[in-house]
Design a protein around this ligand. Sequence first.
Ligand code: ADE
Length: 245
Amino acid sequence: MKLDIVSIFPEYFAPLEISLLGKARRAGLLDVAVHDLRQWAHDRHRTVDDTPYGGGPGMVMKPEPWGAALDAVAPGPELPRLVVPTPSGRPFTQATAAELAGEPWLLFACGRYEGIDSRVVADAATRMRVDEVSLGDFVLAGGEVAVLVMVEAIGRLLPGVLGNAESVADDSFAPGSMESLLEGPVYTKPPVWRDRAVPDVLLSGHHGAIARWRRDEALRRTARHRPELLARLDRDGLDARDRAV
Ligand code: ADE
């Protein structure tokens, strides 16, 4: 997968050199290029922002540098899918990550300040698919951290990136029978630590009982932390034993 990222802070993306994604890049599974937006700002101060029309606090990113940047990074005829992180976007979920992981080329545009002049997305949308996405109901100082989050969520789904393919299947929110349930607690050796024993069932070797226990724990954790997810599970998604938990 090819990833282009445009930002006024290219240094933000140094973490993409390390760990899982760094390894994926070195293995040729991910081709990442980070571009400094200011290279497309041509005045003496390389200005990328200006005051908002209509008044109000803060600054808005100017359309000219963004237009030039998107034209240069994606000149066509092949075009990427453009992803713009913004608190006013649609929610970015595991399903969004999975959908974007199926694309050959993604271009991320990191806004700062009060956002990017709205004509930039309108113009880009005439030639490429554009997704304005939000990580949640909170406001970051800019899109950079949001892009790091999305790139990690998408990158780990690419074939060959995770060593153990099963770990994706077991994730909270992964599609399947445990979809929309939070993952329950996990344990490793030693069997007793600070007088706390690992639940016996996990040492029993009884796969059916272990699967049942995991589902019960997932249901309990979901009820405690995300009751609205349980409410969303349609009645057919719960068996008699689930309802007893
Ligand atoms: N930029 C600023 N806040 C954001 C958020 N919550 N999600 C995505 N991008 C953002």
